[in-house]
Design a protein around this ligand. Sequence first.
Ligand SMILES: [Zn+2]
Ligand SMILES: [Zn+2]
Length: 189
Amino acid sequence: MNKGFPAGMLAFDRLESGQVEWSGRLSADPSLWDLDDVALIDGPEVDLSIDAFTEGGVHVRGRLGAAVEMDCRRCLERIVRKVDVDLDLRFDPDIGPEDETEGLYAVDPDAPELDLLPALREELLLALPEFPLCRLDCKGICPKCGINRNEGNCGCQVEPADSRWDVLRQRFPQESDAAEGAGRGSDDG
Ligand SMILES: [Zn+2]
Ligand SMILES: [Zn+2]
């Protein structure tokens, strides 16, 4: 194993003698990762194989694993999630940052070393759950009194957030909302 770049930096001339492999743990320093309210529990672990393309550029394959702490989207309790990302990244010296697409990154052809961290950060961000919940049936926070409804019932009378769907589902005739009645069927010439 090649333990040469714990900060995510790889000198390009190392690739001249062939593939570079590295397994290890990156720094968890929040200033390096800049993940807003997502916190790394520990430094992300990577397992990487890095090759130079004969036509130029660098190919990075492997995986990145991390445990992150983030807010439950409903109750805002902090929860821990494991993230595992398969990596297949190309670093191309012939493109600019504006040409970057998924898995394809620009790289300064004059730079002495490849900084992997921005790409790894991007891949980690893409892999984070979009709507993390502490549990599937998380009851969230009462909008009236602010209690965490997973921990107790406050008894507040609160309209369910999806009440409009309930109206559609039930279609009670006594729900005589004139606007709704007019809207229904109006586009059915
Ligand atoms: Zn929750
Ligand atoms: Zn309440």
